[in-house]
Write a protein that binds this ligand. Sequence first.
Ligand SMILES: [Zn+2]
Length: 866
Amino acid sequence: MAWGTALAQTVPTPEEILGFKVGADYHLASYEQALEYFRALEAASSRVKLFEMGKTAMGKPMIYAVITSEDNMAKLDRFKEISQKLALAKDLADEEARLLATEGRAIVWIDVGIHASECAPAQSAIQLAYELITDEDPETRLIRENTILLLVFANPDGMQMLAEWYLPNVGTPYEISSMPWLYHLYAGHDNNRDSYMNSLPETRNITRAINREWYPVILYDHHQTAPFPARIWIPPAAEPTNPNLHPLFIRGKNLVGSAMAYDFDRKGQEGAISRVVFDFIYPGYEDSFCDFFNVISIMTEIAHYRYATPHFYTVNDFPEDYRDFTIGAFYPSPWKGGWWRLKDGVEYALTASKSVLRTASIYREMFLYGKYQMGRDTIALFEGEPPYAWIIPQAQHDPTAACRLIDNLIYAGIEVYEAGESFLCDGVSHKKGTWVIPMNQPFARFVKAIFEEQNYPDLTKYPNLWQGIVRPQSLADVFLPPYDLAGWTLPYQMGVKALPANSPLDAGLVPIEKAAHPEGKVTGSAGQAYLVSSRTNNSFIAANRILQKGGRVSRIKETAKIGEQIFPAGSFVISSRDVSRSFMDSLASELNLPVLGIGTQLNAASFSLSSPKIALYRSWSASSDEGWTRWLLEQYEFTFVNIYDAEIRAGNLKDRFDALIIPSMSADAIVNGHEKGTMPPRYVGGITEAGVRNIKKFVEDGGILVALNSGCAFALEQLGLPVSDALTSLRSTRRRYGPQEEESRREPPKFACPGSILRMEFDTRHPVAYGMPEEGSGMFYRSTAFDILPTFAEKKAVAIAKYSKADVLMSGYLLGEQYLHNKTAVAEVPQGKGRVILLGFAVQNRGQTHGTFKLLFNSLFYATMH
Ligand SMILES: [Zn+2]
């Protein structure tokens, strides 16, 4: 006791370092200040140690704190090893697993601030660390002795940006204005939807730390957008539930959530709600991705006004059905209004975090053993039933996308193999070198969840099972949309062929650490040129590198056959006069790119190519789609600049650019931007009428306007194109949450397609669809379909991609399929000397849809082909 007291005296309080109490009105600690405090803690206490898990997108160190007792701290490596053994389950006897579970500690991952504007949890982490290190009450001691907390700032760049935006605005009319840029360099609010893809540095750091180093028993991801007027949303979640989860896992979430709800009411903190709004079906979030790695993963959503500014709510602010404070099984202590301050958010976050730790400490042994049990059951499950494995042939439309898919699986902790010899499965012969993912591995449910086709359930069919979340009497014939995507089958998104093994596999398998494509090399001798197929995404990196070196690149207009190799229209021809053989050799091997050297003049009509001057529109109404597009262009090494409203209003666009990209965002945000008075003056107003005229002129003078997904509406509305939106009057207006149109007054919707993968046909002779398959898949997400209208114009609009004539739905949910049959998905619309390219579906969604990136890349190259 005396020792603990002495310790508490030497550990600095947050106030001593920050200069204010955590959660004080109008105060936010930046990431740098939080780090300063954590460094002071580390210097003062042996109960905390800091580690760096990597760098952020903007180059900051991503620091996390490990907090536990001194005794545990001395044996961290042993506890990591125990967690790993239990998680991997393989070759671990039940008896040994029980002994390890007894010996081990519950490693708990708590991350804060992934959505930086949801700022209370990140502030609370500072106070949490202090209290866990210094408090000597029995509960805190129990936590320190039984758990190892990994306390993680999930988005350091955003936490820093947010403090730097908000604090100077305090006391001005812009105190509660939104930040006019994304709080993650590329992804903004989408930064927690990258998990199964691992594109962003932060996601890569987190995945590596969780899946390959610490193997926590619980992951808790803090958010702050509670369904109003509830003060915190807690699991159990709403439906539907992902069908691939182990039941223990779902029970684990509910147990942690229910214990937390109990803790809120135990402490008299009102307004905790469960079973509404948020579901756990989509596996792209950090807190649902980790489910499949047998980490009990939860998130919560605390209530939030704006930043550190307090707000007073009266019952008149509440939605009608919350005004009489009726209680429910999952909302037993309704919040009744009053002040809500940052301090309240911080206190709710503290209760929630401590509750998770307390539950982990109480059930330490059970959760550790449960982790083993889930892994062991998963291995056994797929030893006894299909799919026994997934088979990925090396012969792929785009081998570079297949390599990316496999490397991503390996990165996430999945074991991938190569067949050492040819083998037979389900009557099909597979070559030596075929990639195989056997399913008798502990995290196999993840592979199934992202490889199989999703069949999004109609919740109204299960009113008894799912009672409490649907009102079947008012939902007749109406589907309930998911919170995020309904279909995400990753091989479809990436244009990669993958086959399930429906019978047990008998093949000699060799484990691999990295997917190297055997054809990633230069063949033939290049007296004249090098040929690179336009089917591969990486061919665009090659073309960009060579153009930027001043080399000559052209694209063939028709398919060419050279020896046994087929080069489809659009394949790149690189003059061997400008590049050395050794340069091409290293390019081919680095990019997994098959390259053919040819000794004689190629007899094929071609377009010559130069680097297009590209502008990507960036609004002060920050758009995640703009961020992802920027990320994608950087990855594929396109040179481009961002242009803002003022530059579009100023005009002369054609003098500066060949191509202008409009991201997927609303026409209103583009034209009108933020309203006057809601933002500092330089961020208000959009491109305005003047900007619209300048974009029209840009196109008429010969520029290419590339409109992405919902950005097509801007082009249709503002440029007066002879194209209409075929779905306007058919769509469902049903929302997951918030005010609904009254059911009785509303016609049932004829069409609904929440984030799903659809079958499409591509005109591969058109330069925008060069290198695409004739039939493929596309992500329909807030997307549309077009009717091309008849005109007297000389140059007609043409369809480049269409939704299929039949069997349109490949994965997810689609109501009213007939309205899509044969409708246009991608179109070229000539205007004056230029053209508008309408990419009507999400061709580069979240940087994940590798199968359709080419439509964007080709559109950009189309601008300079002659
Ligand atoms: Zn959030």
